[in-house]
Design a protein around this ligand. Sequence first.
Ligand code: PEP
Length: 250
Amino acid sequence: MGRKFFVGGNWKCNGTTDEVKKIVSMLNEAEVPSEDDVDVVVSPPFVFLPIVKSLLRPDFSIAAQNCWVRKGGAFTGEVSAEMLVNLGIPWVILGHSERRRLLLNESKEFVGDKVAYALSQGLKVIACVGETLEQRESGSTMAVVAAQTEAIADRVLNWSNIVLAYEPVWAIGTGKVATPAQAQEVHSELRKWLHENAGAEVAATTRIVYGGSVNGANCKELAAKPDVDGFLVGGASLKPEFIDIIKSST
Ligand code: PEP
């Protein structure tokens, strides 16, 4: 069986209650392929998870944008995996470059620990990896994404609840999308890495999605690449063109 196309929408730190309601209405009214063919997962900020959960169409799912690395407790400001499970939120995005680099210097080991803990609590994980422009220009793209993936593979045996998101840092929020050939090259290398290090079954079944300035105009060409199993979308997930991205595999 082929890998089901996956489209995630990362709303990041955006929105008011009214804006969130408008985005959800736009999603709810859209005609999209059946959930048998495409997984759609939207990721609002924590504070809007309950309202989105109460309003969103049932064939779309929800992700949090982060969760704490272990059981909750005296960790002011954090949100635990257990809380997400308690709210009925099935997915979480972990290792986004804005957290690895810009905000909190999250190390690859810390992200690996988070992925393992979230999975152990029953969450499904969108795990992000990706290189900076400097790393790409110095030829170390594959070494960087392999090391980030290895920090997950060292801690996780069962990959069935992981979607791997290749998100080159230089493409996120910059309008500078990877070419379909660049995305395909890294995805196919990542799949080869999974084959060698996590096994043939994991490599064949794990969805590897691309993220970084995906929009309604560039999604079809990217989606046509054999190892691009979908997208993690930032800016465009707040706009009507997100629907075109959901439809891009059909
Ligand atoms: C992201 O934040 O995961 C992302 C891919 O952002 P954008 O689509 O805005 O580049």
